[in-house]
Design a protein around this ligand. Structure first.
Ligand SMILES: Cc1cc2nc3c(=O)[nH]c(=O)nc-3n(C[C@H](O)[C@H](O)[C@H](O)COP(=O)(O)OP(=O)(O)OC[C@H]3O[C@@H](n4cnc5c(N)ncnc54)[C@H](O)[C@@H]3O)c2cc1C
Length: 381
């Protein structure tokens, strides 16, 4: 019997026409909502294009750990393209959505050096999240550090440890304090304050033996009279007690009127030293959304009906009859026939010869790959 040589046989791919005429769903934003929407469309007869400015999804609830060096960036991010391993009817495109024209059903995507492209859609899922708001506070945008993205959390971390180095060098000279002011006593502010306080109690004297742990001063500034105002009284009190026990100063009842390079001004006129001001005070809809032509409520949120459809733009084309409208029509595999969805049983270790054969596979090989190797599943982030 003649065995076919594996590298000479065609890969079991799905013909390009399969799925090419399916309705095109664009998902704008690969955060919690966008990534879940991708998963939910896995068995639908639609082509999905996921767009995000980053190649990764961020688990924002743990950003405070990145900012305080408890976790590394890769621990809180997930490779977005990796979603296609489970959802083969998805394509990912990196870029900045700079506009949406809901009348023409196109998204304008800025792909950097590749220029700006228009992508047509039949259905659009708007999942671009929220962003930091400074409530018009003078100096806040220039001098305070927000913590909404992975890179912002890393900037805070770099700044904290650079300032600690500076303080450790100056420890014997001036006994200067390192003041970290956290604006906002909500969950994010409380979490960062708690993490910094724990760091001071447990690690600072080991890592910086030349420095008095009391050099690091952590203050939470909160306009209201209590921290964690969304929580019950019991938890608000508990959080405040725990922070105070750990040496965190709580300045309650006053808002921040202005932020300077090395200080903050409260609304009663008092001025506090602040080497690092962390802004954990609020979120808002990105201003750019206002230009997208969708109805918004007073707070800028998109006005939606009971089915979360944007009012006036219900996405009415039924999936069965929708024509293909994308500007590009790459081959779209059928989720039902894709080999990726049914994971093969673990195979025995491969010989060096077979490894060499698979590495000679041309990079233009049809997508998706017929075998998902452990290596290809690992996120580079
Ligand atoms: C520090 C912090 C701590 C939090 N802690 C908690 C918690 O403990 N528990 C909890 O339930 N929630 C928490 N949240 C809130 C939670 O993270 C958000 O509610 C959630 O991330 C919202 O998901 P989303 O998909 O709507 O938006 P996001 O997760 O923000 O995702 C939006 C995506 O869209 C992309 N994007 C935006 N605009 C564009 C554009 N123009 N072009 C291309 N891409 C774009 C972004 O890159 C991003 O990937 C926290 C948030 C923060 C910031």
């Amino acid at each position: 019997m003649v065995m076919p040589l594996p590298f000479l046989t065609r890969r079991p791919t799905v013909p390009a026409k399969d799925g090419a005429s399916w309705p095109h769903v664009i998902i704008l934003g690969g955060g919690f909502a966008g990534a879940h929407a991708v998963g939910a469309l896995r068995d639908a007869r639609v082509r999905v294009t996921l767009i995000d400015r980053n190649v990764y999804k961020t688990f924002q609830p743990l950003l405070y750990q990145v900012a305080t060096a408890g976790l590394n960036p890769g621990d809180v991010t997930m490779f977005l393209r990796g979603l296609s391993l489970k959802v083969p009817n998805m394509r990912y495109r990196q870029g900045e959505v700079e506009g949406v024209d809901p009348e023409r059903k196109v998204v304008r995507l800025d792909e950097g050096q590749k220029g700006i492209h228009e992508l047509s859609y039949d259905y659009l899922i708007v999942a671009n999240g929220a962003t930091t708001t400074y409530f018009g506070t003078p100096g806040a945008e220039e001098h305070a550090m927000p913590m909404y993205t992975r890179s912002q959390a890393l900037s805070i971390r770099d700044r904290i440890f650079s300032e600690l180095e500076r303080s450790s060098r100056e420890a014997g000279i001036s006994h200067d304090k390192l003041h970290v002011c956290i604006v906002g006593g909500g969950p994010t502010g409380v979490e960062i304050a708690g993490a910094l306080a724990d760091f001071r109690m447990q690690e600072l004297d080991i890592l910086y033996p030349e420095m008095d742990p009391g050099t690091l001063q952590v203050t939470v500034l909160q306009r209201g009279d209590e921290v964690l105002k969304e929580f019950s009284t019991k938890y608000r009190q508990y959080a405040a007690d725990e922070l105070r026990d750990r040496g965190v100063q709580l300045r309650l009842g006053h808002g921040v009127k202005e932020v300077g390079y090395d200080h903050v001004v409260l609304d009663d006129g008092s001025i506090l030293e602040s080497d690092i001001t962390i802004w954990a005070a609020g979120v808002a809809i990105p201003e750019s959304v206002a230009a997208w032509g969708f109805p918004q409520d007073k707070r800028g949120r998109l006005a939606v009906d009971d089915y979360l459809q944007v009012k006036g733009f219900p996405g009415s084309t039924p999936p069965e009859t929708s024509p293909a409208r994308t500007s590009r029509s790459p081959s779209w595999p059928s989720p039902r026939s894709s080999p990726v969805r049914r994971r093969p049983a673990p195979s025995p270790p491969r010989s060096p010869a077979s490894r060499a054969r698979s590495s000679s596979t041309p990079t233009s090989a049809p997508w998706p790959p017929s075998v998902v190797t452990p290596r290809s599943r690992r996120s580079p982030y």
